[in-house]
Design a protein around this ligand. Structure first.
Ligand code: NAI
Ligand code: MG
Length: 362
């Protein structure tokens, strides 16, 4: 899977060392992140002075300390780290007083406004569909994830409300990124996902702002080669399952992007294959799309490939494209060969065996 650095290039030829913040958090996050670390370490001296800084966050940490994201973690990320890798967090479905998801908070605190999730078929994967090669670009800081919820008691009992925030600024910057990425890809096709037939004010603003990117001052015809389509989110899910090959770059507000990328993951066989980066103008954090998978946690059977691919995406984003290529080629060859696979892909191998197989080929 080849993924080019988006947003403003954070590449720097003069980088003399690389400090990577490691936030495994909960569940299988702790089992897959060591695999990502092993893959980066396998690059050896091509990355000078690598340093991994272990950082605390997560629901389990919250249960011990009352905080899910200590200030110190954010401070160290901001002041010492060049980039970071996040595992997964176990956010309970019920309301837990005082708890708030550390990954949602991190995206906001570090202004990682884009979540970029490439989903691509692997040719010899019996579970997957051929021809899927798309990227979901999810706005990462607003929509319903501003988490302004209230509950009152009305005439008919409890009434719960949530605020959905869509701003022109956030929609414009995610739109600019989406156009840039579409331009860099062979098919140069962008689909804007929304539901503005119902949510005409919020989704209407998102849609209009993204579509207006080619007319912004200074763009000067740069995106003339990008074809733009738009689709209501519900029919996008339908078409994603029926004819995924029509999609190239999909850009969506936060919640739709979250749902669409998990759905797209099903097309390529497993959530355990799909990587992402959370990117802003000055920081990037790799993160597998999957959650903490409590159903398989602690068994050494979680698929580490999404985390390893997330490490590759992170490296590419900060200018280590060659290293990223080496990791991605190793992952693709393990998948093509199909001998060392975790159970989610129909194999019998352990997490650690897959990691060994990948690192051997880097
Ligand atoms: P999930 O992504 O953890 O798991 C969904 C299904 O996919 C499960 O059957 C799981 O076993 C499987 N799966 C996921 N990753 C896998 C991997 N690497 N290898 C093999 N199988 C894998 O989603 P779920 O179960 O809805 O949520 C579990 C917890 O994770 C919840 O507390 C949720 O809040 C949290 N979560 C956290 C995310 C994050 O940290 N960014 C994202 C999504 C969910
Ligand atoms: Mg999700």
């Amino acid at each position: 899977m080849v993924f080019r650095a988006p947003i403003r290039s954070m590449a720097t030829a003069a980088r003399r060392s690389l400090k990577i913040g490691m936030l495994p958090a909960d569940g299988i996050g702790r089992e897959v992140l060591p695999g990502a670390k092993a893959a980066i370490l396998a690059l050896g001296s091509s990355i000078p002075k690598m340093e991994f800084i272990d950082l605390l966050a997560g629901f389990e940490y919250f249960t011990k300390t009352g905080t899910a994201l200590p200030d110190e973690t954010v401070q160290i990320l901001k002041s010492e780290c060049d980039c970071a890798l996040f595992g997964a967090v176990s956010s309970p479905s019920r309301k837990v007083t005082g708890y708030s998801s550390p990954i949602v908070a991190l995206r906001k605190k570090m202004d990682l406004y884009a979540n970029i999730r490439p989903v691509k078929s692997v040719s010899i994967n019996p579970e997957g569909r051929p021809g899927v090669d798309l990227v979901v670009i999810r706005e990462n800081t607003e929509c319903l994830y501003v988490k302004q919820e209230t509950q009152t008691v009305g005439e008919h009992g409890k009434e719960a409300r949530a605020t959905r925030l869509i701003t022109e600024r956030a929609s414009r910057r995610i739109g600019e990124l989406a156009f840039k990425m579409a331009l860099e890809r062979p098919r140069k096709h962008l689909t804007v996902i929304h539901k503005s037939n119902v949510l005409s004010i919020t989704d209407g603003l998102f849609r209009e702002t993204v579509r207006a990117v080619p007319t912004l001052p200074g763009v000067d015809g740069k995106y003339d080669d990008v074809t733009v389509a738009e689709q209501l989110v519900d029919s996008a899910v339908y078409r994603l399952f029926r004819e995924p090959e029509i999609y190239d770059v999909m850009v969506a507000p936060n919640l739709y992007g979250d749902i669409l990328s998990d759905a797209a993951a099903a097309l390529v066989g497993s959530l355990g294959l799909v990587p992402s980066v959370n990117a802003g103008d000055s920081f990037v954090m790799g993160e597998p799309v999957h959650g903490s998978a409590p159903d398989i946690a602690g068994q050494n059977i979680a698929n580490p490939l999404a985390a390893i691919r997330s490490a590759a995406m992170m490296l590419r984003h900060i200018g280590y494209g060659d290293g990223a290529d080496r990791i991605e080629r190793a992952v693709d060859s393990v998948l093509r060969e199909g001998k060392v696979l975790t159970p989610d892909l129909g194999g019998k191998s352990k997490t650690s065996e897959v990691v060994d197989e990948v690192t051997k080929r880097i």
